[in-house]
Ligand binder design. Structure first.
Ligand SMILES: N[C@@H](CCC(=O)N[C@@H](CS)C(=O)NCC(=O)O)C(=O)O
Ligand code: FES
Length: 113
């Protein structure tokens, strides 16, 4: 971890929001198909989440990769823990594992899991 202020901001974001998606663009206007796919999965399940647009902040764009030791965006965090990127999130949702994770962690969903 090179940028300690980026790390501090990341720690603050993922501890003060149950579900955080580091993404390209905003939930309303994703600017990459991988980010858009995760937004769609989360919206379909019906969880509230905070989107962080890494395109607006190079320190966070790099910092989040260092933080998770994961090389790409998007990155989903639930209750402070890294869950995965687009492929993992999609696969977990298809298997019902993402819904189970939200349920186990006490994250409210609009749809029944
Ligand atoms: N297979 C990846 C797809 C994500 C991906 O390949 N992201 C690339 C292109 S958006 C990325 O973040 N590259 C580094 C960067 O743009 O900082 C996943 O499951 O999340
Ligand atoms: S911005 Fe090109 S693949 Fe994500």
């Amino acid at each position: 971890m090179s940028d300690t202020s980026a790390e501090a901001r990341i720690r603050d974001e993922i501890s003060s929001n149950d579900v955080v998606l580091y993404m390209k663009g905003s939930p309303m206007f994703p600017q990459c198909g991988f980010s858009a796919a995760v937004v769609q999965v989360l919206s379909h399940i019906g969880v509230k989440f905070k989107g962080v647009n890494v395109l607006e902040d190079d320190a966070i764009r790099q910092g989040i990769k260092d933080f998770s030791n994961w090389p790409t965006i998007p990155q989903l965090y639930v209750k402070g823990e890294f869950v995965g990127g687009c492929d993992i999130v999609r696969e977990m949702a298809a298997e019902g594992e993402l819904q189970a994770l939200f349920r186990d962690k006490g994250v409210e969903m609009a749809t029944a899991a």
